[in-house]
Design a protein around this ligand. Structure first.
Ligand SMILES: Nc1ncnc2c1ncn2[C@@H]1O[C@H](COP(=O)(O)O)[C@@H](O)[C@H]1OP(=O)(O)O
Ligand SMILES: [Mg+2]
Ligand SMILES: [Mg+2]
Ligand SMILES: [Mg+2]
Length: 353
């Protein structure tokens, strides 16, 4: 199998990072700050990024990394730094062997800050670059909704490996999507899934553990013949994608079921395993450029599960343009056999505006 070591390290690193995010999820104080774009960041985001990059830097020291967060807020705030370090220093996998593959613990709080900043690559379409989102859907994480820990490896701009850790999704791939999955989440018994894909080799899911990897099962998008019966997923945040345009498109496709709203790339994972069918993300603001770490893993997992992912104009997402999807607007993800039809309606609805 291609990229076997990369997939194994990515799965273990994501699994380890979710031990930290779950700890923060259950703690009272999440250390939330507001970033310059008014989006939130928590001690969970910083801590998970430190653990993920530490593993990648150990296993693949010459690879570049594009990650969402940077350490300046921690450098400026000793108390916040101490809180993050108190979490990071103690998190480890239950399996010694697995922990060794990730290089063990981060050495010091100063090392932790430098590790967080190793995610500052400007990206591009040359060489090996990891794209990483320590907590995707921070608002969902804070709200007790869905969130995902996301890691993808690109080689020369092409995504080769994708991993999503979704602590609040049901383990059962066949569990139908409840409409309140994005609100009523928890990581109790039966929750927590690791999704993975390697280009050309299919997509899988497996229950999340605190140690060694569990055995995977293949996932596939649902074969839908009749779009009327489709379930479509969209963001909870109306500012992240246009609920109005998406409702209009769904209605023109004959979809009668209410949309399932949830945060994060859990949407890509949910359609890839056939729990939902279509993911629509149509721009609200013309000037917003989607970030590569918000899509790279999900794009590959959906395509490897039998789906097609394009932007609202029908172009494939181009991850080789830097830290953002500078050449794309919006996302349309659907099973291959119906993607063309969905795209046609997307173009027609957006064209009328
Ligand atoms: N105006 C926007 N349009 C689309 N996505 C956005 C916008 N602002 C922030 N995001 C990103 O959307 C992602 C969450 O998507 P979803 O709503 O589907 O869960 C987050 O990574 C968030 O980035 P950030 O991490 O900076 O908040
Ligand atoms: Mg994100
Ligand atoms: Mg994030
Ligand atoms: Mg964020």
């Amino acid at each position: 199998m291609a990229y076997e070591k990369e997939l194994q390290i990515a799965l273990l690193a994501v699994q380890r990072a979710t031990i930290l995010t779950k700890q923060v999820f259950h703690s009272h104080a999440k250390g939330t700050l507001s970033k310059s774009d008014a989006s939130p960041v928590t001690i969970g985001d910083f801590g998970a990024q430190a653990l993920l990059i530490s593993a990648l830097a150990h296993a693949f020291p010459s690879d570049a990394i594009v990650a969402e967060e940077e350490s300046s807020d921690l450098r400026d705030n000793a108390e916040l730094r101490r809180t993050v370090w108190d979490l990071v220093k103690d998190v480890q996998l239950d399996s010694k062997e697995a922990e060794n593959l990730l290089g063990g613990a981060v050495k010091s709080d100063a090392a932790m800050l430098d590790i967080i900043d190793k995610g500052n690559s400007s990206g591009g379409n040359k060489g090996r670059i990891w794209a990483l989102d320590p907590i995707d859907g921070t608002k969902g994480f804070l709200r007790g909704g869905q969130y995902a820990v996301c890691l993808a490896l690109m080689v020369d701009g092409d995504v080769k490996v994708g991993v999503l850790g979704c602590p609040n999704l049901p383990v059962d791939d066949a569990a139908p999507l409840s409409v309140n999955i994005g609100a009523n989440a928890s990581d109790e018994e039966g929750k927590g899934v690791l999704f993975g894909a390697v280009l050309g080799e299919g997509a899988t899911s497996r229950p999340m553990t605190r140690g060694e990897l569990q055995k995977e099962t293949k996932i596939q998008m649902k074969q839908i013949e009749d779009l009327k019966a489709a379930t479509f997923c969209e963001s909870v945040e109306a500012g992240h994608s246009s609920h109005g345009d998406q409702a209009e498109i769904a209605s023109q496709l004959g979809i009668t079921k209410a949309s399932v709203r949830m945060d994060s790339q859990a949407k890509y994972a949910s359609i890839a395993r056939g729990a939902g069918d279509i993911y629509l993300r149509l721009p609200v603001r013309k000037d917003y450029q989607e970030k590569i770490w918000d899509h790279a893993a999900g794009d590959l997992i959906v395509r490897e599960a039998g789906g097609e992912v394009t932007d609202a104009e029908g172009k494939r997402l181009d991850f080789g343009k830097g830290r953002t999807l500078a050449e794309n607007k919006g996302v349309v993800a659907a099973p291959k056999q119906v993607h063309g039809k969905v795209l046609e309606v997307v173009k027609s609805v957006l064209g009328k505006k």
